[in-house]
Design a protein around this ligand. Sequence first.
Ligand code: ADP
Ligand code: MG
Length: 449
Amino acid sequence: MPFEALGLDPKIAKAVREAGYTEPTPIQTKAIPLVLRGHDVIGIAQTGTGKTAAFVLPILQRLSTRGSATNRRCMRALVIAPTRELVVQIEENVRKYARHLHLRIATVYGGVGERPQIQALRAGTEIVIATPGRLIDLMEQGHVDFSGLEVAVLDEADRMLDMGFLPAMRRIVKALPKQRQTMMFSASLSKEIETLTNEFLSNAEVVQIGRRANPAELVTQFVYETTKEAKLALLIHLLRDATLDSVLVFSRTKHGADKIARRLSSSGINTATLHSNRSQSQRIAALKAFKAGTVRVLVATDIAARGIDVEGISHVVNYDFPPQPEDYVHRIGRTGRAKAVGDAISFVTPDDRGNLRDLERFISRGIPRKVAEGFDASAYKALAPTMTSWRPSRPSAPRPQRPNTYASSRPQSRKDARPAHGPRPSAGGNGRAAVNSGPRFADRTRRRP
Ligand code: ADP
Ligand code: MG
């Protein structure tokens, strides 16, 4: 089905074709006609399913066709997204799709000077894409005029909740005109998201695209059992394999990310970092170089990498194993996208065993252990005794009947599996209950960058 069939203006459909899209994705097919009809919409679909165009295209349509002398040069559409990188990415999309229209687009995010943003707002701009923090700063200084606003979008609403932006979202939405169209997009539908829907949207149409099953089915995953001491050498060893040509490495901390990058760089591997201690221009440059392929390895922290869309990542390396199963799923969602066949590699030290077992329960499958050929771990301290794989045991946590081909022996008993990280994922399901339960949520709010 061509884009025109959704009711899109030929100028917009043309730009979309020029972007290389031949047909709309499922979320676009379902959401665009509803948005065009003026409905409030809540769109739920996994990362990488094309949610951006699902709201940007109908917004452009509204702005290009219903423009009048009275509402020129004022903010008519506002998109809120959780991180600067996402704002920049959405802006790139908007500019691409709006290239045959005459619209002004401005971005508002922290880490760069306020002046140019204030000037852009003052000069009048139809579309504003913003992070909540800086937008509120500018609202408080009186630089933001929402009086002509027609459409508001909360993108990655689940992430914004995770990052503690609920109060900020409330403040912003409260300042918007009551008469407006509101859209919310999220990778998952949770109780909290539903509450937000009731609060921010009216008579919303829910567009939900079936869960992209299990990320485990799209991405080949491996675990390397290792030790803290041997990790860096193991990573360098694995990078000798040239098929690891575009590698996203996750570090738990910014400091750790810098350390990894220094070591890789001194081993002659082109490496950049992405974390919140880096300046905005450094972060943009790092992403750009990684996308362009001039940087082979990008070392990132979870928050910095959130929602980032980079085509053609060949491998994701969990250098530090994520304590939260959902983080793992988000991380490996960066690879294995539609066209790319991605591998996810996780380093697991003895300290990570409990988390690995929780993850395997969460994704309802075991992850094969792999041994790095030709890598002498003993040079970096003896490996811990061989680990045991997860298998469905625990009568307290019943699971669906799924053969686990990797299970070999009984898991060791662990009373301390998840010390401070909220509840265990609920058995069997997609773990949604666990994803959105109270304690974990409370834990996340402290992780605001
Ligand atoms: P999401 O917001 O759901 O995570 P994005 O909007 O970032 O997804 O889109 C993911 C990728 O898919 C982007 O690289 C985007 O350019 C691409 N894309 C979006 N719509 C289409 C389409 N209709 N056909 C092909 N590629 C698309
Ligand atoms: Mg998105």
